[in-house]
Design a protein around this ligand. Structure first.
Ligand code: ADP
Ligand code: MG
Length: 395
């Protein structure tokens, strides 16, 4: 990797300010999924073992630049402390004299977790004042928050102006894995895209047209392609403003050896609800007033066959509204096919990862990305501001 990592620096007796992605789901003051906290443990432990004093910071939810009692970091700190089997001191602010005093008194091996960085408007505005104040807390900056690397915020980008700045181990692993998928995938390279919105994923499709051997498109975003091909999708979710773009992509795909697979059959519903009446129809037979909520069994089978001999797989986005059990079959079939494949498999995106986890298949996926949006922007070929801002290696 061309960026420096924690392995390139000396941290003994240093105060290390580390950006992590602890944006985890909470319910009644408890962390309900600690995947992202666990993902940061290798870097945390690496630094503590080498005698750093560790100041952690993260955003949590969308507090809109002011204190939101429901989005304090305390429950996150409690869970981190359990996982580390050691004390974590959670501060009730991320800036100010009390924070400065607390960090100055730190000893090597101690951990402080700052309060939610988004309690300040300056975070999302990448305010230089806020960045400078954060930077003043540490002597070295580490960014391990891959999931936030596509945002130029004070704690991800601004802060690097004032401190030596390196990547953490999770950040390094994400960049190397996704870099490998993008730059040197073993072929056949099969990409599966689904989810609600095509507009989120047009850039990825375009950038993968050349490296990919097959592109399987399901979920809500397939509807826009179906409409672009002239099918009547009735009440299905369609992004009208993206139909022209979808048409262009179909043409571009046709000019290549790439196989682009769209649904041939779909599960339609008479309402957007788990209790709706449903039936399976061909893509030309969506009844007036009905909507597509899943791919059909023939499509799932065809997608499964395309995945069988894959050697690299990237999957983002469910094949249907899998939150409603009757419409989860397509997503479940694809998840199973990805898990069964011998390919090097990478899954990114909150909902696709949730589907994999619900099915207990996580162990059988080679890499589960901690960054949905960030992994898409990376595969789009867009520079990630939080990564770009890190120091380059000399060699
Ligand atoms: P990920 O989080 O994996 O990146 P997205 O957030 O892009 O995926 O999309 C997930 C959402 O897409 C889910 O909430 C799912 O219900 C929705 N979705 C999938 N298929 C359809 C469909 N046919 N119609 C409407 N919404 C859909
Ligand atoms: Mg999502």
């Amino acid at each position: 990797m061309r960026k420096k990592t924690v392995r390139d620096i000396e941290v003994q007796n240093k105060r290390v300010l580390m950006r992590v992605d602890f944006n985890v789901p909470l319910e009644e003051g408890r962390v309900t999924d600690d995947t992202r906290i666990r993902a940061a443990l290798p870097t945390i432990q690496y630094l503590l073992e080498r005698g750093a004093a560790l100041i952690l910071m993260s955003h949590l939810g969308r507090p809109k630049g002011q204190v939101d009692e429901g989005l304090r970091m305390a429950p996150v700190g409690a869970r981190l402390s359990e996982l580390l089997e050691g004390p974590v001191r959670v501060l009730r602010d991320c800036l100010g004299p009390e924070v400065e005093e607390a960090v100055e008194a730190m000893q090597p091996g101690e951990v402080i977790l700052l309060e939610n960085t988004r309690f300040y408007e300056g975070e999302k505005k990448n305010d230089p004042d806020m960045a400078r104040q954060l930077a003043a807390l540490g002597e070295i900056y580490v960014n391990d928050a891959f999931g936030a690397a596509h945002r130029a915020h004070a704690s991800t980008e601004g802060v690097t102006q004032y401190l030596p700045a390196v990547a953490g181990l999770l950040m390094e692993r994400e960049l190397e894995t996704l870099g490998r998928v993008l730059e040197e995938p073993a072929h056949p390279f099969v990409v599966i895209l689904g989810g609600a919105k095509i507009s989120d994923k047009i850039g990825v499709i375009r950038n993968l047209l050349d490296p990919a051997d097959a592109l399987l498109i399901g979920g809500g975003m397939a509807n826009t392609f179906l409409q672009a091909q002239g099918h009547n999708v009735a009440e299905s979710l369609v992004e009208e403003e993206a139909v022209v773009e979808a048409q262009a992509l179909l043409v571009e795909a046709g000019q290549r050896a790439l196989r682009l697979l769209l649904p041939v059959d779909v599960v339609v519903a008479d309402d957007f609800s788990a209790e709706a009446a449903l039936k399976t129809v061909g893509v030309d037979e969506v009844p007036a007033g009905w909507r597509i909520l899943d791919i059909g069994p023939h499509t799932a089978e065809e997608f499964g066959r395309a995945l069988q001999d894959a050697r690299t797989i990237f999957w983002n986005g469910p094949m249907g509204v899998f939150e409603f059990a009757p419409f989860a079959k397509g997503t479940r079939a694809v998840a199973q096919a990805v898990a069964d494949s011998d390919a090097f498999s990478v899954v990114g995106g909150g909902d696709s990862v949730a589907a994999i986890q619900q099915m207990g298949l996580a162990e059988r996926i080679d890499h589960i990305s901690t960054g949905g949006g960030a992994s898409l922007e990376f595969l789009e070929g867009s520079p990630l501001p939080g990564v770009e801002a890190l120091d380059e290696r000399q060699d």
